[in-house]
Design a protein around this ligand. Structure first.
Ligand SMILES: [Zn+2]
Length: 59
């Protein structure tokens, strides 16, 4: 099960980095409260490893 699977996020607005469950889709920064500035933080290796993740952000 992946119910506790965590993803790393980073806010472009304030550069705050945090972790949330994979199912978290509010995309609101818990630090500055802005919407639309939060993106998943991934390494290049992760991106190359899983091409489906290119669609991770849909606003
Ligand atoms: Zn922020």
């Amino acid at each position: 099960m992946a119910s506790d699977d965590k993803l790393k996020f980073v806010c472009e607005g304030c550069n705050y980095k945090f972790e949330k469950n994979r199912t978290w889709n509010t995309r609101t920064c818990p630090f500055c409260g802005k919407k639309g500035t939060v993106h998943e933080e991934r390494s290049v290796a992760d991106l190359l490893d899983d091409p489906e993740l290119g669609t991770c952000i849909s606003l």
